[in-house]
Design a protein around this ligand. Sequence first.
Ligand code: C5P
Length: 409
Amino acid sequence: MNAIAGKHIVLGLTGGIACYKAAEFCRALVKAGASVQVVMTQAAEQFITPVTMQALSNRPVYSSQWDVRADNNMAHINLSREADAIVVAPCSADFIARLAHGAADDLLALMCLARPVERVPLLLAPAMNREMWAHPATQRNLVQVQQDGAVVLGVGSGDQACGETGDGRMLEPQELLEEAGAFFQPKLLAGQQMLVTAGPTFEAIDPVRGITNHSSGKMGFAIARAAREAGAEVTLVAGPVSLPTPRGVRRIDVVSAQNMYDAVIPLARDASIFVAAAAVADWRPDRAAQEKIKKDGSGATPTLGFAENPDILATVAQSERARSGALYCVGFAAESHDLLVHATAKRARKGVPLLVGNIGPATFGQDDNALLLVDAHGHSELARASKRVLAQQLVAEIAARRSSTRSEE
Ligand code: C5P
């Protein structure tokens, strides 16, 4: 469930072609369970009509501070006090400039200024031409509004309505919904540095062939995203997968187990939580051929010898940092049978405080799963759900265990 559900959002629209995306964003907010009060500037009304926004939000739209519909004639006070957040999408360069100066010359600017800053956050989704975005005045104003407490969502990069290409695009409606939801997630991992491995590894036989494990990377990517939404700084070391990087997550792509080991070991020195969700190959061909191994027509088959890969999780879990309690390690297990027995044994063998088992049947590539959690106190289950929801639940479980480990130190 998106954390925006049940929130009351004032959605401000300012002048820009991205207003057409605000209609979709408004719809997405309502569908996600938020109530939405739309406020438009006069410039926004040049791009999209209040009628459209009223139909999508199920509420009358406000655009003037002189609107006689407000009993006490103080729409700017009434509307801003009721809100859980004011989200301005699209937010024009001009509106950012006006905010930076504390202007109060129309209803939306008045509301932003009159809102109780501590209680009603202000989220801005800028949308403008790339030159306007890059202009020192805009960048200066952005710094100022952020210092004054505003949160900036985006910007995106790519083709612009004016025909140019670059930074300044408003985030897509679904991205905005995610960002707004993430803003309301409890910050259970604030101040934590999380390192996550995800996906399979690929061990070369020759330049065109290799061996690998089944793994879509979906669970590890969902954990990285949930951890970032819970306030952690997240680095994701990913094997070969075709998944988009979760917003705000630093991603390092690797291919083999040795590559993953080489990336993880230095990063683990700064991490406070390590989640090893990757399906790392246990063995690699002992000698990868430099050239493609050719069929010679005789029916003879090549013989492969294997070497053991380094165990990334066990190495990290045995480091001084992990043993001192400064780094909390979480391992994963995918088993074909006797999950509890194997997961319990694996937890001890790897030396990790928490071992998470994938409850069968095999969930490779699927969007849902169920998890078995094994720790020093026994075991419990997270019931079948989407990997997104499971990742959020797992992050909460890790945060609770992490804080209890720290309070025992
Ligand atoms: O050793 P096994 O593959 O059974 O254990 C699985 C757990 O260990 C997972 O958390 C996986 O990411 C991690 N692992 C690792 N390095 C390896 C093998 C597994 O980090 N070489």
